[in-house]
Design a protein around this ligand. Structure first.
Ligand code: FMN
Length: 320
């Protein structure tokens, strides 16, 4: 898949996920073969006002390239400023969030609220397009009704403005993450556009990504929640696409990945902050494994990186 001047090695994309898709997580997913990783959404207003936390979220590393940084906001000027700064900071692609349905975002006219205001959506997309020569993409939902008519309208608008790809998460604004993603909306957008369309929603097994691309005609498949404790979904899906039977990761691989991820978090955040994050994140990796509950209970008390490493080793020794 080609997004503007960016040629991706494969069509599998990590979804933008607030509170999840930070640099350590993106690097881990990249190491599993993702063709493109996306940052969690960053506030354009925060960037515009030099908010420290927003600027920290723009941290990137050459090993994750190509990387897409997602910005959200409703004001064309702030979005244009943010896009220019994000591009200067090393983003290979800039993504506009028009899918977030969280109340505090929607209340400010951003995220999926822009789909309700097509003229404002157009101004935002045009401003971002005009602010950078990097590829610009937009991530949308079905809209406010399940028929997906609004998705088609915004997607066509994006193409006319000169955006380079559209991602469709085919749930309505009101659905949040409930119900099922209606892949037929992805199919309709894909057949209407000549720029690449990335489908998203409910890919949980290696076969799902192939099934989505085949059944909808979309060019790429974006994976979100299924990657939380199972980053292998990317290499397994790539195997599946290549006609190779996907393999389950061995326990030793799982153990090493958890420790590497913990180290990467400590390097990125410092040990104390990393421990707070790892108390929940490491539990994702043992979901479904024997004695997972015991591990979950013990990891909630971690105070140091040494303790994390010790508990991970102890858990896997016990499993072995
Ligand atoms: C915790 C969480 C955070 C999310 N944050 C964002 C975000 O920052 N930007 C965005 O466009 N979508 C965000 N999403 C939506 C995902 O990108 C994706 O569209 C959704 O999870 C459906 O894909 P999946 O079924 O593969 O998880 C988020 C989803 C979750 C669960």
């Amino acid at each position: 898949m080609k997004i503007g001047n960016q040629i991706l090695e494969n069509p599998l994309v990590l979804a933008p996920m607030a509170g999840v898709g930070d640099l350590p997580f993106r690097l881990m997913i990249k190491s599993m073969g993702a063709g493109l990783v996306c940052s969690e959404m960053v506030s354009a207003n925060g960037i515009f006002r030099n908010n420290r936390r927003s600027l920290e979220m723009l941290c990137s590393h050459p090993d994750e390239k190509p990387v897409s940084f997602q910005i959200f906001g409703s004001e064309p000027t702030a979005m244009a400023h943010a896009a220019a700064l994000v591009a200067k900071n090393g983003a290979d692609i800039i993504d506009i969030n028009m899918g977030c349905a969280v109340r505090k975002i929607v209340k400010n006219g951003a995220g999926v609220a822009l789909m309700e205001q097509p003229e404002q959506a157009k101004r935002v997309m045009a401003a971002v397009r005009g602010a950078t020569d990097r590829p610009v993409t937009v991530k949308i939902r079905s809209g406010f009704t399940p028929d997906g008519q609004r998705a088609l309208l915004i997607a066509r608008m994006a193409q006319d403005i000169g955006l380079n790809a559209v991602t469709v998460h085919p749930r309505t604004a009101g659905q949040g993450f409930s119900g099922r993603a209606d892949w037929s909306v992805i199919a309709r957008v894909a057949s209407a556009l000549s720029i690449p369309v990335i489908g998203n929603g409910d890919i949980v097994t290696p076969a799902d990504a192939a099934r989505m691309m085949e059944s909808t005609g979309c060019d790429g498949a974006m994976i979100g929640r299924a990657a939380w404790g199972n980053p292998w979904i990317f290499c397994q899906s790539l195997d599946y696409l290549a006609g190779i039977a996907p393999k389950e990761p061995e326990l030793a691989m799982r153990q090493k990945l958890m420790k590497d991820f913990a180290s990467a978090c400590a390097t990125h955040y410092g040990a104390a902050h990393a421990c707070r994050i790892l108390r929940s994140r490491l539990t994702w990796f043992v979901k479904g494994l024997p004695e997972a509950r015991r591990f979950r209970d013990s990891i909630t008390r971690i105070e140091s990186l040494d303790q994390v490493m010790g508990l991970v080793d102890e858990y896997f020794d016990c499993l072995a």
